[in-house]
Design a protein around this ligand. Structure first.
Ligand code: KIV
Ligand code: NA
Length: 278
């Protein structure tokens, strides 16, 4: 399978071939994304905080934790373009600190691009990073790192004023050098409008069918949890049920003594040898 590059994504956008992006958090999920040639981008999302580490919010994730997991994903990644979220707080101080943190992510985790949530206030940073050769994927619409300021995880851009502001911001991020843009939880009409008004590939999550690509969180798509399901999620597998059946079967086989089988699942010593041993 050919390595996916930023250029590949631009080509796909031009040819109207939908871009598929999926999150990964460790070596096995990284391998799974790489095992299918139809996955174009692997994202080490900071959703890592909730779905893998049990935090309540992405704001609890540290840069060191992100680097630790992104390294593992990178070890399992072959053809997909590998992108990772800059964690909350790692790009909110000075521009120099943010650049240093992005450099750490690239150098220590072998990721190829960083994703940043935000609007006009991160435009200078996007410019700095892209000038330094660190590709940036922007992220507009619902910004989970700001769920407290947003008073919850809500659909964005439903009013004319907020939709207009989002379109303006998207253009600024494009001009600042972002190579692509995630658009999260907006009406499908706005997902289409933004896609038609920027020239970089848009990747939607809850942004309707007309963005240039789609992204889902691994655990939502694979059903590793069967808890809350947002409207925009579709479950493509039910790993939780499969896993629970497996755990249950293992535990009962241990409890009823049927595992391990003395023949098939155990080692044997030669009889004569064993007699001398006794
Ligand atoms: O953290 C994440 O998984 C994300 C995607 C849902 C876009 O940012
Ligand atoms: Na994220």
């Amino acid at each position: 399978t050919e390595k996916v590059t930023i250029h590949t994504l631009q080509t796909m956008r031009a040819a109207k071939v939908p871009i598929s992006m999926l999150t990964a958090y460790d070596y096995p999920t990284g391998l799974s994304c790489s095992s299918n040639p139809a996955i174009d981008v692997t994202l080490v999302g900071d959703s890592l905080a909730q779905v893998c580490l049990g935090y309540k919010s992405t704001t609890q994730l540290t840069l060191d934790e992100m680097i630790h997991h992104a390294r593992a994903v990178a070890r399992g990644t072959t053809h997909p373009l590998l992108v990772a979220d800059m964690p909350f707080g790692s790009y909110h101080g000075s521009l120099d600190d943010a650049v240093n943190n992005a450099v750490r992510m690239v150098r220590e985790s072998q990721i190829e691009a960083v994703k940043l949530e935000g609007g006009d206030e991160i435009v200078d940073l996007v410019h700095r990073l892209t000038s330094a050769g660190i590709p940036v994927m922007a992220h507009v619409g619902l910004l989970p790192q700001r769920h407290v300021s947003f008073s919850g995880y809500k659909v964005q851009g439903k009013s004319v004023a907020s939709a207009k502001a989002m379109v303006k911001t998207s253009k600024l991020l494009e001009q600042a050098g972002a190579f692509s843009m995630v658009v999260e939880a907006v009406p499908k009409e706005l997902g289409r409008y933004i896609t038609e008004n920027v020239t970089i590939p848009t990747i939607g999550i809850g942004a309707g069918p007309w963005t240039n690509g789609q992204v889902l969180v691994w655990d939502d798509a694979m059903g590793t949890w069967l808890g809350h399901k947002a409207k925009f999620v579709r479950r493509f597998a039910n790993l939780q049920t499969a896993r629970e059946i497996g755990v249950q079967s293992y535990a009962s086989a241990v409890k009823d003594g049927s595992f391990p089988d003395p023949q098939r699942e155990s080692y044997t010593i030669d009889k004569a040898e064993f007699a001398r041993f006794l």
